[in-house]
Design a protein around this ligand. Sequence first.
Ligand code: CU
Length: 324
Amino acid sequence: MKAPARLLGFAGVLGAAFAAATLAGAALDPTDEPPGKGDTAGHGSPHSAPASAHGRGHGDVHATGAAPAAGGLAVSQDGLTLEPVRTFFTAGEPTGFAFRVLDERGQVLRDEFELESEREMHLIVVRRDTAIYQHLHPRKGPDGTWTVDLELPRAGTYRAFADFQVDGRQRTLATDLFAPGDFRPERLPAPATTDQAGGFDVELRTHRLRPGRESQLTFVVTRGGRPVDDLERYLGAKGHLVALREGDLAYLHVHPTDAGGPHGSGGDNRPGGGRHDHAGSAAAHGSQIAFAATFPTPGRYRLFLQFRAGGEVRTVAYTLEVPR
Ligand SMILES: [Cu+2]
């Protein structure tokens, strides 16, 4: 019964899959009301605010005044739309995933992507219970279609986040992906500040952890109790961090604050300002990976840190509780 379905190929599946993805996205994010399409409850009379007389001026229908600290809740936001070619997969079977990003007129974006962390496109695929995490780099075809090898290892619903930058702004659009089968969701692990991968121990330290404000997260990498001071560069930084909110997998904007030199050697050539290294030798300092993140609300978040050490990319994960 799998074979005939597969014979349909990309084109055959496109219509149904896209419809499903659109529905899922709409159901998941009530704030993604199409602009100008009227009446989002509690936002006053639509007549008194003819916001989008000009093509572009409508983007700011957010409930909060400030720029959103999180994305990834919608397939379509701020004039851009993620269009997956397929959203159904067979668990444990390597296949391809293809998608496009469209503008308001339905044109496929092709040359508009700007480098962000050394790439034009980052694709994060996470099962909805956060038990499975993948970070991939799709390749862009001449027509603007992004493709990447993808395997959803076990059954479940996954969230695929396309993280990219256009017009100088970081964007995260996302869609659900499905791998039918016997889905046994795992509970979110209890909050913890340590994890390990490949013999490396990584401790999470937080500073000024408050909702709605920028918090500092520092990861300290050791091996056998000694600081690992020769972390290799990964995507132009010492590490890559993704933070997702429990419940809706809101995708936080996070940025590295360790703009140090290659391999963290010395680490003193950081541009402008950010010298908040309190203590320790160059070695201790080189073993730290620092980020700034704004957690929009109190509650639990799942953090995925990737860094490169011993010639391999390592992934560690944490549950972080943000107090009220
Ligand atoms: Cu990436």
